[in-house]
Design a protein around this ligand. Structure first.
Ligand SMILES: Cc1cc2nc3c(=O)[nH]c(=O)nc-3n(C[C@H](O)[C@H](O)[C@H](O)COP(=O)(O)OP(=O)(O)OC[C@H]3O[C@@H](n4cnc5c(N)ncnc54)[C@H](O)[C@@H]3O)c2cc1C
Ligand code: SF4
Length: 335
């Protein structure tokens, strides 16, 4: 196995920064799929970013009557959760139909959705496989294809997505929430590739709902950049303090955040760095149109993170002048 670096992330921006710092990094959930693929040489990451400490380990009821399932909830906890068993029994049954008790104790929801195909040719680097090496061929078409696609096969690949859980989630019309993913598309290529993935995943008419930082806000305004903000809390008798400083990298069109944590227990200061893409309203409209999306709403608030935040009954604004942009776009072009 190739030597690799192992890091443990404690918050989402930190996890993304660790991933971003190395193009050959991968997130690690329970490792039940990724580590197997590393052993056979299919995956050769230079760095693993362990996401199991992220605060995404809860199943919560939402005000609209649904549930929100965190990416690091284990498959076992999901299947056993009383609300899932009561309201979505097919999801419990689908999860329990897969793998084994030991694997489900380790496997996470995020890892389950992002696991790679279980096609034997994919896992064997001595064999051709279009999914692993595009253009090399698909031996499964003539060879071993037991358990492969009944629907959705193509001349290039006849493997199914292997997740049993995913089938139940699709049946319940689950929505995969990618948080502020657009913000972390720092380059034009990353933005193109993200929107191409959204286009591929959505049926025509499907909605893309996102929040961005607004480059236009920083034309001539420095109020968010002038002073650092200080915050703090006490946990188990230790006082923690954070000092957050924002700067703009104009060349890269990034809003950069440095947050330094100190505590009164003598631990050394901890520095977290994040950066968010700044897009201009017309630039965003242009790139969305290029990927087949029609913009239905683009406004600067109220939204979930504006001050004051959005409350039920408040209508969207009609300006795009503040530091956040809220987007609703509909896929019009076929995939
Ligand atoms: C023997 C065996 C039998 C199995 N049988 C079944 C079965 O019958 N049905 C079934 O559905 N599954 C089955 N599985 C697959 C199993 O469900 C998956 O291995 C498991 O769900 C993967 O979750 P994980 O957390 O271990 O992911 P990992 O192996 O840690 O990661 C898998 C992928 O997801 C990415 N990833 C992980 N977490 C995140 C995150 N939070 N955000 C972004 N990316 C992330 C990783 O980078 C990696 O690419 C089986 C597995 C084994 C080994
Ligand atoms: S079905 Fe073919 S292309 Fe798809 S994973 Fe298997 S061998 Fe690769």
């Amino acid at each position: 196995m190739r030597e690799f670096d192992y890091r443990r992330a404690h918050d989402v921006p930190g996890a993304l920064a660790l991933l971003d710092a190395d193009p050959e990094a991968r997130f690690l959930g329970g490792g039940t799929n990724l580590v197997d693929l590393m052993k056979t040489g299919v995956e050769r990451p230079a760095r693993l970013v362990d996401v199991r400490d992220l605060p995404l380990d809860r199943v919560e009821s939402t005000p609209d009557g649904g549930v929100r399932i965190g990416a690091t909830v284990t498959n076992s906890d999901l299947a056993a959760h009383p609300e899932i068993r009561r309201r979505y029994p097919a999801l419990t049954q689908a999860v329990l139909a897969g793998a084994s008790g030991q694997l489900r104790n380790m496997a996470t929801v995020g890892g389950n959705l992002l696991q790679r195909t279980r096609c034997g040719y994919f896992a064997d680097v001595t064999k051709p496989c279009n999914k692993r090496v595009p253009g090399s061929g698909c031996p499964a078409i003539e060879g071993e294809h037991h358990n492969h696609a009944v629907l959705g096969a193509t001349e290039h690949c006849v493997a199914t997505h292997p997740s049993d859980m995913g089938v139940a989630l699709a049946a319940f019309d689950a929505v995969v929430c990618l948080d502020s993913s657009l913000l972390y598309c720092h380059t034009g290529d990353q933005l193109d590739s993200f929107l191409a993935s959204c286009r591929h995943a959505l049926a025509p008419g499907g909605l893309l709902v996102a929040e961005m930082r607004n480059g236009a806000y920083f034309l001539g305004r420095t109020d968010l950049l002038d002073t650092s903000t200080v915050d703090g809390f006490t946990w188990r008798g230790t006082a923690y303090r954070s000092t957050t400083t924002l700067t703009v990298d104009r060349t890269a069109q990034l809003l950069c955040r440095v947050r330094v944590w100190t505590s009164d227990d003598g631990a050394p200061p901890l520095e977290q760095r994040s950066a968010w893409r700044l897009l201009f309203p017309l630039e965003l409209r242009h790139v969305l149109a290029a990927h087949g999306f029609e913009v239905l709403e683009l406004h600067d608030g109220p939204g979930p993170r504006t001050e004051p935040p959005w409350r039920e009954g408040r209508l969207p604004g009609s300006t795009t002048d503040a530091d956040r942009l809220h987007l609703v776009a509909r896929l019009t072009a076929p995939r």
